[in-house]
Design a protein around this ligand. Structure first.
Ligand code: DGL
Length: 255
């Protein structure tokens, strides 16, 4: 049994959707969240830079005595997971766009894979596409995470952005949409409104939380399930970002 906290980081508010999922699955674990707003977005930066920023985030979490780290960011996972695993001797759990489960839902239509340019341009993503990518169309969404950072989950401006983004697929049959960036998980309903009812909207958050649970068990790092863990939230971006993080963390609705 290990009462030390689990560290979770992202470029910003998107990782809060992962924090929520982990909290739901393991309320007895203490969690420390770090959102690197001061350096967001990661998705339009070169991989080496994202790798350096991810290492800084891990250092911050180690300073909080974390026993494991969740990279709650598809972009940072693609850029830095292998490097971080080589460097730190502790469980490091990453994320990838949920193309595999989405591809299993495909019938006669296509799967739209929404992610940052950084994720879609990564080696990790091409490997994933080579295995499960039949009928999967990549859709880079530069600028979309910024709406969530501002706490905007459904304005007219956001709907106009999405309408333009999905325009090339307006006449296509879409079986599933992959939310391949943790920020987009907060936009699930807003995105779903642009597709016929019944279109599957798929994310990787629950899979990540379950993978974390498995790794903690394997390594004997689980906390005792008797108590309730503490949750601490930090931001490199100051008070305004922290307020948005807290509001998204405490929101009643499902992310
Ligand atoms: N939330 C991040 C992801 O899952 C990236 C957003 C960004 O910083 O561009 O990819």
């Amino acid at each position: 049994m290990d009462p030390r906290p689990i560290g979770i980081f992202d470029s910003g508010a998107g990782g809060i959707s992962v924090l929520r999922e982990i909290r739901k699955l393991m309320p007895w674990e203490s969690l420390v969240f770090f959102g690197d707003d001061a350096n967001a977005p990661y998705g339009t930066k070169p991989q080496e830079q994202v790798c350096g920023l991810s290492q800084d985030a891990v250092r911050f979490l180690l300073g909080k005595d974390c026993k494991a780290v969740v990279i709650a960011c598809n972009t940072a996972t693609a850029a830095a997971a292998a490097f971080l695993r080589g460097k730190y001797d502790m469980p490091i759990i990453g994320m990838e766009p949920a193309i595999k489960p989405a591809a299993a839902l495909r019938k006669d239509g296509i799967v739209i894979s929404m992610a940052t340019p950084g994720t879609l341009g990564s080696r990790k993503y091409s490997d994933l596409m080579a295995r499960y990518g039949e009928g999967v169309v990549p859709l880079p969404c530069p600028g979309l995470m910024e709406f969530v950072e501002r706490g905007d989950l459904g304005s007219e401006e956001l709907h106009a952005y999405l309408k333009q983004l999905f325009l090339p697929y307006a006449e296509r049959l879409v079986d599933a949409v992959v939310l391949g960036c943790t920020h987009y998980v907060f936009l699930r309903r807003t995105i779903a409104a642009h597709f016929p009812p019944g279109t599957a909207i798929v994310d990787g958050n629950l899979g990540t939380a379950k993978q974390l649970a498995r790794r903690l068990k394997e390594t004997g790092l689980e906390a005792s399930s008797d108590g309730e863990g503490a949750v601490r939230i930090y931001s490199s971006g100051g008070e305004e970002s922290l307020k948005t993080f807290r509001r998204l963390y405490e929101a009643e609705d499902e992310a």
